[in-house]
Design a protein around this ligand. Structure first.
Ligand code: BV8
Length: 312
């Protein structure tokens, strides 16, 4: 859990809160860092989930085509972890700001479901990369989508504690934390996951053990997330683009993201081009692209502590 007590320098806090009080149109871009203090690993930050993975080796349509079982185990592990986690004060503070200001929208790159569980007003929250808790059919002619399915495990073969017990018989904890760690370790301790490596200790699953479509009866279901190389959902993009085009933007909040993934990262430039001032909250100034380090405000520390402080 990220625990560094963040103390926002008084002068920065005062100038920011004074400016925020006069803002009408505000946009926020969230990344994995906002969920770090809820106990969910980020992708590239310290201890990042993907630090030990080659992200493209698991989060692509090609990987799913090649080894659906391993990709489903990766996503089931993250579903399991996210269900064990709780939204933190930053998620709630952003939801509260949305209730106070209808002209505030949040773009989340996160698929962990924590912003929706913080009762973030759904019309002002756009999940750019989908959700771990949506599934959809991969059959060409089937349009089946199931949203907000929090079943864990989705099928017996994807039972994380059971899978991890096989990997780490000494795992004693019941919360699945230790179990999930065993999976995490087994899925990629050093460098890229070699998904073709037979010695990879993750149990190989057959396709018939994986989640199947209840509509077309035999289609393989996939996680309802946007993989690398896939387009972001048209509906989401058009809603966001409509809001962006509706007028100048006063403020852009960039919270817990390395802003390296596109086109999501592009919304910061878009906001800046519409006159927005930029406020960045990040644990690590070196993991934020150079231009963002020189935003109007840079609040360094745990988003779970800083965000409620600067938005109250
Ligand atoms: C697409 C879902 C085209 C899956 C994810 C230019 C334009 C368009 C595309 C591209 C482009 N350049 C490159 C591309 C391709 C690619 C891309 O961006 N690649 C990157 C690697 C360069 N983009 C795509 O493929 C996108 N699709 O472009 O399609 C197209 C168009 C038409 C038709 C067909 C195709 C799709 C990208 C979406 C990929 N899916 N997620 C899953 O989650 O498994 S991305 C995934 O990684 C996350 O969703 C997230 O967006 C990203 C990780 O980023 P962060 O959230 O920032 O996490 P990270 O660890 O990097 O950073 C955490 C930060 O928090 C750090 O800075 C850390 O310091 C900080 N931190 C840590 N702890 C704390 C903290 N801060 C505060 N408090 C703390 N406690």
């Amino acid at each position: 859990m990220a625990s560094s007590r963040a103390v926002v320098p008084a002068a920065d806090l005062q100038s920011f809160t004074e400016y925020l009080s006069g803002c009408k149109r505000v946009i926020a871009l969230l990344g994995a860092g906002i969920s770090a203090s809820s106990g969910l690993p980020t992708f590239r930050g310290a201890g990042g989930l993907w630090r030990s993975y080659d992200a493209t080796s698991l989060a692509t349509p090609e990987a799913f085509q090649r080894t659906p079982g391993l990709v489903w185990q990766f996503y089931s592990y993250r579903r399991h972890m996210a269900l064990q986690a709780e939204p933190n004060k930053a998620h709630y503070a952003l939801a509260e700001l949305s209730r106070r200001n209808q002209d505030f929208i949040t773009l989340s790159q996160n698929v962990d479901g924590l912003s929706p569980r913080a009762l973030h007003p759904s019309k002002q929250l756009h999940l750019l990369h989908g959700s771990l808790f949506d599934v959809k059919c991969t059959s060409f002619y089937c349009d089946y989508v199931r949203e907000n399915d929090f079943t864990d495990p989705l099928v017996p073969a994807l039972d994380i504690p059971k899978m991890a017990a096989g990997l780490n018989p000494s795992a004693t904890d019941k919360t699945g934390e230790e179990a999930a760690q065993a999976i995490h370790n087994a899925m990629g301790t050093n460098g890229d996951v070699d998904i073709s490596d037979a010695s990879n200790p993750i149990p190989q699953l057959n396709e018939d053990e994986l989640p199947k479509c209840t509509k077309c009866k035999n289609g393989l279901l996939r996680p309802g997330v946007v993989w690398f190389g896939e387009a972001l959902p048209d509906k989401t993009l058009s809603e966001v683009d409509r809001w962006v085009a509706a007028g100048p933007i006063d403020l852009c909040l960039v919270i817990g993201t390395s802003a390296r993934v596109w086109p999501a990262a592009g919304y910061v430039d878009e906001a800046r081009s519409q006159g927005a001032r930029i406020a960045v909250c990040n644990m690590d100034s070196s993991d934020t692209p150079g231009d963002l380090q020189f935003g109007d405000w840079f609040f360094q520390g745990d988003a779970g502590v800083i965000v409620p402080e600067i938005l109250k």
